[in-house]
Write a protein that binds this ligand. Structure first.
Ligand code: SAM
Length: 226
């Protein structure tokens, strides 16, 4: 049995924990030193489903302008690129410079090196700030930055899921654009808040290991009304 080895670590931006990159053979894990595992390379079904469900039925898939927060192991980004046309653009906002560097280095192969795609722009910073700085711009915003609206590991991410955060996301979208939100847990309260913020919301259950099962994660897709 191979042993886990830590191959890098970095301070969490604006936090007091450390992000660690671990490897065991061909398996990778990103962990918070005090908060446990954030991502594992063996489970990415629901991360890919976030993009597939979030972009499903999008009129402008050939030329769409998509914002993803955050990068993680790159699976949501890779699945979004697979569903979009050659003239689409995808901006990824990722808080941690180390996560971006790992995706250009030891993790690049896991999702097929999506950062090398010419349609991708990487923004090292808070996706909330990026949303707040834009109006009527995005055809889709795909959010997977935490454990979900009810399971935060970073206090600042709360502001993405509250009433004001949902209003900011609505303003940042084009009419007919959609916000898709990943969560490790169900949240009836968030679903109600999402609908009340002017979105037509549907909920999807996505398995962590895709067809192979695993934990049941939630994805909410809200389409912005006119
Ligand atoms: C669970 S991972 C995303 C997994 C990703 N969907 C995938 O396909 O692998 C969460 C990522 O969001 C980043 N993050 C956390 N808060 C953020 C924020 N406010 N803005 C941008 N990125 C953030 C973390 O550093 C981490 O890389």
């Amino acid at each position: 049995m191979q042993r886990w080895e830590r191959i890098d670590q970095a301070q969490v931006p604006d936090g007091d924990d450390r992000l660690e990159l671990w490897r065991r053979g061909d398996e990778f894990s990103i962990r918070l030193q005090r908060g446990g595992e954030l991502m594992n390379s063996r489970a990415f079904g629901s991360e890919r489903a976030l993009a597939a469900e979030g972009l499903r039925g999008l009129d402008a898939a050939t030329t769409a302008c998509v914002l993803i927060g955050g990068l993680g192991l790159g699976h949501t980004l890779a699945a979004a690129l697979a569903g979009l046309g050659l003239r689409a653009t995808v901006e990824v906002a990722e808080l941690s410079a180390a996560v971006i560097a790992w995706n250009r280095g030891p993790l690049a192969h896991l999702a097929g090196a999506p950062l090398n795609d010419a349609r991708v722009v990487v923004h090292n910073g808070d996706v909330g700030a990026r949303i707040a700085a834009t109006q009527g711009r995005w055809d889709a915003i795909l959010l997977d930055v935490d454990n979900g609206p009810d399971g935060l590991s970073r206090a600042g991410n709360d502001a993405l899921y509250d009433d004001a955060g949902l209003r900011r996301a609505r303003q940042a979208l084009r009419s007919g654009g959609r916000l898709a939100v990943w969560s490790a847990h169900p949240s009836p309260a968030f679903r109600r808040r999402f609908g009340a913020a002017g979105f037509a919301v549907r909920e999807v259950v996505a398995r962590a290991r895709g067809g192979a099962g695993g934990a049941r994660h939630r994805i909410w897709i809200g389409v912005r009304g006119a």
